[in-house]
Design a binder for this molecule. Structure first.
Ligand SMILES: [Zn+2]
Length: 393
């Protein structure tokens, strides 16, 4: 029975057959030749394929398809087809075979080297991919058509966590032209700042973070790290200002900012300031986590009923599982003999909340319990956010 791999090969065979047919009809038109060794090779290859001998089939097809300016694209496409099927080692053979031809134009040679780099990347041969790409870029560093080579090299340095090298390649063209690279570059600077913070100096880390914000003013992580540096230095007022800036950058991050914000205000013994800030945030974006923090403060000063009122009003406007869970805490604290009913319900909401992911990638939908600045599935930077609303926070 033909499996999927063979089916792909068969499709490739049909594509090659079509090419050969085209070449043949041209030759016939030009020279009126009758027989053709190419078509014989093609049918030999097809025979190998049908006998489930894909390796010999590929060799025959590659031999059958004479390399010339008409068939170069087909050879490249055949290699790419194998790579996309997870057979990058075969793609390497085909692309290397092409590269050995002296008849390639400079443009074609660049194209084949680019595909060969992709094959190497696919196989995890990062050193070989890097050498090829650097050679390509060195030959014509400012050429616009080498943008794909720059993008590949950036991808390679990202995999190796070589943030400074990635920045060097991306500056200035890719950062200027590609929104994804711009967002990523701000994160590379954050990665470098993290390293400097421990190995060099906080001052250098701050410089990197300011640079990150100048590249991408929506980079929440840069403000998150600046806030950490301020906290470490004991500058709580500056930490609060930075966290407020962060919440303004993206309201969705409010839930993770609340705890450090509260701690900083309490270090300054300024609870009134905290309440003022929370009230303002609730009026701008009524996240249940903010309302719960306000209700807890109300509970301390005005009692359980006042806190229950704060939460109930909010739940009437926007339902939330975490809000219901907190409301039950309040009822349990106040209830007498009926307490066990609430406790039972609370166990259910507790389990529901535990099973919910806290963060979601807005690019690929990956969900998890931790905030990844780079999504582990789709590798996009800065697109994972806290889940807010009904089941979130
Ligand atoms: Zn993702």
């Amino acid at each position: 029975m033909l499996d999927l791999k063979l089916l792909v090969l068969l499709l490739a065979a049909i594509a090659i057959g079509w090419w050969l047919g085209r070449l043949e009809s041209r030759r016939h038109a030009r020279h009126q030749h009758r027989s053709s060794p190419l078509s014989r090779d093609y049918f030999v290859g097809l025979n190998y394929l049908l006998n489930e001998q894909p390796d010999r089939a590929i060799e025959t097809f590659v031999q059958a398809l004479e390399v010339n300016s008409d068939t170069i694209e087909t050879h490249i496409a055949l290699g790419n087809l194998f790579r996309s099927r997870g057979e990058a080692d075969r793609a390497v053979k085909i692309h290397q075979n092409l590269l050995a031809r002296p008849s390639l134009t400079a443009l074609q040679s660049d194209q084949v080297q680019l595909e060969l780099s992709r094959d190497f990347l696919h196989l995890g041969l990062l050193d070989r991919a890097e050498r090829l790409l650097l050679g390509l870029l060195r030959a014509s560093p400012d050429s616009a058509r080498l943008k794909p080579a720059k993008l590949l090299l950036v991808d390679l340095y990202e995999r190796e966590r070589e943030w400074a090298k990635a920045l060097e390649v991306a500056q200035p063209q890719l950062i200027h032209e590609e929104a994804d690279i711009r967002r990523a570059a701000a994160h590379w600077l954050c990665e470098l700042a993290q390293q400097d913070r421990h190995t060099a100096s906080p001052a250098l880390a701050r410089k990197r973070l300011r640079q990150a914000l100048s590249i991408d003013d929506r980079c929440v992580r840069a403000n998150w790290l600046i806030a950490e540096l301020e906290r470490e230095a004991g500058n709580y007022k500056a930490e609060i200002r930075t966290l407020q800036r962060l919440a303004r950058q993206d309201h969705d991050f409010t839930p993770i900012v609340l705890e450090p914000l509260r701690d900083a205000y309490l270090k300054l013994e300024d609870e009134k300031g905290l309440v003022r800030c929370l009230n303002q945030w609730v009026s701008e974006a009524p996240h249940i986590s903010t309302v719960i923090m306000l209700a807890r403060l109300t509970e301390q000063h005005e009692g359980i009923n006042a806190a229950a009122n704060v939460i109930s009003n909010q739940l009437a406007a926007t339902p939330s599982l975490r809000g219901v869970d907190y409301l039950m805490d309040l009822y349990i604290a106040e209830a007498g003999p009926e307490q066990q009913h609430f406790s039972l319900l609370k166990r259910h909401t507790g389990k529901l909340l535990e099973s919910r992911p806290r963060f979601r990638c807005h690019r690929c939908g990956f969900e998890g319990a931790h905030l990844h600045w780079q999504c582990p599935r789709c590798r996009s930077w800065g697109v994972t956010k806290p889940i807010t609303g009904l089941e979130g926070e």
